[in-house]
Write a protein that binds this ligand. Structure first.
Ligand code: UDP
Length: 256
């Protein structure tokens, strides 16, 4: 198994993950790296054990979302750093949902970080690293054919459901879900095309603030050089009740 897995064909390598050909047609293996980047690759680093933690955290959240009827690409976790996922056609849009002002919104509109939004805001960004992922509206998305109006409706409603569910889940463990980014894909099932949640949900793409102390428990600790980055990811996993035994496992060969 290990030998076969290590010879798998590499389909895609991103900043924090690698996708390999899966064991069956229509599947992929998603491998979580410890690499971290910020500012669209301007800042590089390693967060020891991040891949292991994100694999676990994303497994947990995707499974929970699946249980409430949100379709996802997640099938099962394979080992410390890998999960089996359904191969989908990724829609080239990053969907950001915001509950509290932070990051680029604070900067762009000059609104103080921490301002509670009167209602959740959904934003779309075109996935193009060479253009710095520019913000786009649904008009651009439909005009350029990146997604149909029907798909945008589906993406909006799934994103808001994910936000409602995750906000409550994190609140229950003393964390405020400030904002997060989602990606979606198209999946053919029984001759029908479905929109499913793809990528990952982890402290790499969520902002999580401790309710009591307002401490940042996410990738902003890396982006802003706040220190104790690994500890923050570990704390999120611990509060979710999914702290793995050895978070700094070195490779993909370990089994469950
Ligand atoms: N985000 C992400 N990938 C990106 C851009 C943003 O996962 O390429 C996440 C980020 O972690 C945050 C949310 O989306 O939880 C909103 O990010 P923002 O637009 O404020 O941009 P940033 O401040 O990260 O540049």
């Amino acid at each position: 198994m290990n030998i076969r897995m290590s010879r798998r064909r590499r389909i895609y390598e991103g900043k924090a993950k690698v996708l390999f050909e899966g064991p069956e047609p229509g599947t992929l293996v998603q491998y979580f790296k410890d690499d971290a980047t910020a500012g669209n690759g301007a800042k590089h680093g390693t967060i020891t054990g991040k891949g292991v933690l994100n694999n676990r955290i994303s497994e947990y959240l995707m499974t929970k979302l699946g249980e409430i009827g949100v379709p996802t690409h997640f099938m099962r976790r394979l080992n410390m750093r890998e999960q089996l996922i359904r191969k989908v056609e990724i829609i080239p849009i990053e969907v950001v949902v915001r509950n509290i002002v932070a990051g680029s919104l604070a900067k762009r509109l000059g609104i103080p970080e921490g301002t509670v939004l009167p209602r959740s805001i959904v934003e779309f960004y075109y996935k193009r690293d060479d253009l710095n992922d520019p913000m786009v509206s649904d008009e651009h998305i439909t005009a350029f054919g990146w997604a149909s109006p029907h798909e945008i409706d589906e993406i909006m409603s799934l994103s808001l459901r994910v936000n409602d569910y995750l906000s409550g889940l994190f609140l229950g463990i003393g964390l405020r879900l400030v904002d997060f980014k989602l990606e979606f894909g198209r999946l053919w099932e029984n001759d029908e095309l479905h929109i499913v949640l793809a990528d990952e949900i982890s402290p790499d793409n969520c902002r999580l603030w401790d309710i009591r102390t307002n401490e940042k428990m996410d990738k902003d600790r890396f982006r802003q050089d706040l220190g104790r980055v690994e500890e923050a990811y570990q704390e999120v996993a611990k509060r979710l009740g999914i702290m793995p035994e050895t978070a700094n496992a070195p490779d993909n060969s370990e089994k469950l």
